[in-house]
Design a protein around this ligand. Sequence first.
Ligand SMILES: [Cu+2]
Length: 294
Amino acid sequence: MIPSFVRAFALVAAAAAPAAASAHVTLPPGGASAGDSYAAAFRVGHACSGAHSTTGITVRVPEGFSVQKAEPRPGWTLTTAPGSVSWRADSARSALPAAERAEFVVQGTLTAKPGTLWFKVLQSCDVGSADWAEVPAAATDKPAYPAVRLDVLPPGVAAVEVRDPWVRFAVKGQSGTGAFMTLTAPSGARLTGASTPVAGRAEVHEMKMEGDVMRMRPVAGGLELPPRQAVELKSGGYHLMLTELKKALVAGETVPLTLEFVDRAGRTGVLRLDVPVRAGAAGDGDAASAAHRH
Ligand SMILES: [Cu+2]
């Protein structure tokens, strides 16, 4: 059984994730496990307003994160001081052009206490600067220059971002269907299983050509999610196979779905989601139901 506080935390974390606008300085969504070592990869997506390039980044490290080391960046000078890490471009040539994205990575260890950490990041540019340092007072607040948020998750909650999950509809009597989504594990993980009250079985499948025949089979050992790399579960590729369906799945309803993961340290964690049922594009999931034979 999953304690109810874990469930509540997971839902809050999932709801808050889309607020991280891609244009700001961000960490990969999905959070990190309390007490874990963590590579904080700050993504800088554009220069300051009206500027052509980013020339410096200074991260003010909150309590709750102990820095071990920062990754150097060629052509930039790295300076670490108590409570901060900064990179400064050695010349205009090595500055980060406005149209390019880059990651500035700080390795460290996280507090054992679950909660939210805010990293304040000063971005210096060829013209002006931007201080990403505003901590929203409420979840609905959208400050112009938000500090960088990191969700520190309690044991049992997987540090994985789930984007655009959906389940393909199923008519009454249909035995199986597919569930699709994009998963990103900031620190790496494996998707090892799933469960839902609407199906007797839920398995991670892959599709593979065997001779001329496209076949699907359970992924042995689970699906690898490399750190900070989005892995797509989609028709014709990896997917979650729901079989022994207990009812029709109607477009527009939502179904509970629990995803099970193992992190790099071997610890298990789950995410509990409510996933919409959709008709899907033509062909989505057809293969999943038609070709599925065990
Ligand atoms: Cu399948």
